[in-house]
Design a protein around this ligand. Structure first.
Ligand SMILES: [Zn+2]
Ligand SMILES: [Zn+2]
Length: 239
């Protein structure tokens, strides 16, 4: 925990100007970006301090958007994905515009509705080196990509791998209508990639679609992707 500066005292809450919302240490907040056309910055409040004139400052730990990290945004990054960085800062509490929730990846995939204030993170990010923790994640489908929670995927009843409809020549609409799915490798004949109405009933396990139930464990194939291919320059946050 950082030391409180002389003449300042720790306070346990701060009310966001013009709202009834109260911020406490541990809360995630949206902060006004330096350029008005940028999306708000997301941070976790670590500490709140006030001086005798009630000038309030917050010590924050930044979440980075994929665009701000080495490698930039990649196909598997969700629209609401953030990285928990090791970058701390002290900011005026006046730059806080609102509160938000940064879910774990698992909790995010279980959300019934994703609201404007819902985000998630699955990687921690070291700003100085551009390194990610964990540095690898499970990958799925023929394209061997990590799971993007924004994408619908279908599960093969045979190998239990998950597939993007587009990677198995299927529309999303068709995929939603599927009762069962066997991938090309698991199909008993050459007519792969279609709904198998003649599939033996004994194997009627409730599988398919819903990315919400995607397992977080590494699939038995053990395929793992690098969390970041270093094909970009680090973009340091300018404050
Ligand atoms: Zn794919
Ligand atoms: Zn399969």
């Amino acid at each position: 925990m950082a030391k409180t500066k002389p003449g300042r005292k720790d306070v346990d809450s701060y009310k966001i100007k013009g709202t009834n919302k109260v911020v406490r240490p541990g809360d995630c907040v949206l902060m006004r970006p330096s350029a008005s056309d940028e999306p708000p910055y997301v941070a976790r409040v670590e500490k709140i301090e006030a001086d005798h004139r009630n000038d309030v400052k917050v010590r924050v730990r930044w979440y980075y958007r994929p665009e701000e990290a080495v490698g930039g945004r990649r196909q598997f990054h969700g629209a609401k994905e953030l990285f928990l960085s090791d970058h701390y800062d002290v900011q005026s509490a006046h730059t806080i515009e609102g509160k938000c929730t940064v879910h774990t990846f698992k909790d995010y995939t279980k959300l019934e509705d994703v609201g404007a204030e819902d985000y998630f993170y699955r990687f921690e990010y070291t700003a100085a080196t551009g390194g990610f923790t964990p540095d690898g994640v499970a990958v799925y489908c023929k394209c061997e990509m990590p799971y993007n929670p924004d994408d619908l995927m279908v599960q093969c009843e045979g190998c239990k791998d998950w597939f993007h409809p587009s990677c198995i020549a299927m529309t999303i609409e068709d995929a939603k209508k599927l009762d069962r799915f066997l991938c090309a490798d698991c199909s008993p004949d050459d007519h792969a990639n279609r709904s198998l109405n003649d599939f033996p009933v004994s194997a009627s396990i409730e599988t398919k679609v819903s990315p919400a139930c995607l397992p977080l464990v590494v699939p038995c194939t053990g395929k793992v992707a690098s969390a970041c291919e270093r094909d970009g320059e680090p973009k340091r946050r300018k404050r």
